[in-house]
Design a protein. Structure first.
Length: 336
């Protein structure tokens, strides 16, 4: 997630240079075929071009709205995970109180249960983060996206290094055999809480409350997986790109007529004006395109890694630990 007030000019350049080159090429081509090949018929009326541009603007605007909705919903989901994680950690510590009448456990074992449950929850967060980082067939795999992903995430730890800090060696080996690791960790949390109930460390009401919190984690995980595993409808994405291409191709030939009315000496003004108009439309299209998939590891994605680290710090702070990890710092103005 980019966090500076304005996009860096360097970022705008990397997003735009292909569009600018294409618009310059189409502008020069229009002038060349009209002026040097004598094809005067290529100077088409402006009205049909403007109608195509209007239709394209509506279509691109709709696509951008829907893309933004996907990104914002993803951020709300991980905001809910943050709030519920804090509630879960606080509830586990408040409910799991050593009872001297219980013959099944000791205070040391009760404290160990609290730490195990909270640590396993942090492991669940990293497992869900890992699942969101997996590539799908509809996400960007062009060279520029691969380079961006490699540059921005080269300092991040591997999933094995992250999860080994919070799960026992036996649980680590067990979870790696599961297809959906996050789901299985939540299931193990349920079994552990049931064990606390049987040992008399929590009562029936507390058991239900903790299970409800785990159910809420299932809900948020499912919502996050829905966005990750459901592509933005390809008919909208493909059609929008096609309309933009048609409009940008026709635009200089429509502008040619308008500038010729001013006189042939003004004809070359077509090139900069064509570039500006084309850039605006293409940048709108590109903005929607890079917002479709909020978990693919690019510049404008939901900062899942930063969110998980913040929750990790909060939960470990609840346990009274001192060696807390540092918050993830922005890298080139972006959080991940």
């Amino acid at each position: 997630m980019y966090i500076k007030r304005y996009l860096s000019p360097l970022i705008v350049y990397y997003y735009s240079w292909r569009m600018v080159l294409f618009s310059i090429f189409t502008g020069i081509m229009a002038i060349f075929v009209y002026q040097y090949l004598g094809w005067e018929w290529v100077a088409i009326p402006w009205l049909p071009v403007s109608l195509v541009g209007t239709a394209t603007a509506f279509f691109v605007g709709f696509k951008n709205n829907q893309s933004y909705d996907r990104s914002w919903e993803a951020r709300k989901i991980w905001g809910a995970i943050t709030n519920q994680s804090r509630s879960f950690g606080s509830a586990v510590r408040a409910f799991t109180v050593y009872n001297s009448d219980s013959q099944l456990t000791t205070k040391e074992l009760a404290d160990n249960d609290i730490q195990t449950i909270i640590y396993r929850h942090i492991g669940w967060l990293y497992a869900l983060k890992h699942a969101m980082a997996q590539r799908t067939s509809w996400e960007h795999e062009d060279k520029a996206s691969k380079r961006q992903r490699a540059a921005l995430h080269k300092t991040q730890e591997s999933f094995d290094d992250e999860i080994v800090r919070y799960l026992s060696p036996q649980e680590t080996d067990w979870i790696k055999t599961k297809r959906n690791m996050a789901t299985q960790l939540l299931d193990r949390q349920s079994q552990h809480i049931s064990k606390l109930r049987s040992e008399g460390l929590i009562d029936a009401y507390q058991h239900v409350e903790l299970q409800n919190l785990i159910a809420s984690f299932y809900d948020e995980q499912g919502k996050s997986e829905r966005i990750k595993n459901t592509p933005f409808p390809r008919q909208y994405a493909t059609t929008s790109s096609l309309f933009i291409f048609i409009f940008m191709t026709l635009l200089p030939f429509g502008l040619l007529t308008e500038f010729l009315e001013l006189g042939e000496k003004y004809m070359f003004l077509l090139i900069p004006f064509n570039m500006i108009v084309s850039w605006v439309f293409m940048f709108m299209e590109y903005t929607g395109d890079i917002s479709e998939n909020p978990f693919e590891g690019l510049l404008n994605d939901v900062p899942v890694g930063s969110i998980v680290r913040n929750i990790e710090i909060d939960l470990r702070d609840m346990l009274g630990e001192d060696n807390l990890p540092e918050k993830i710092k922005p890298f080139y103005g972006a959080l991940f």
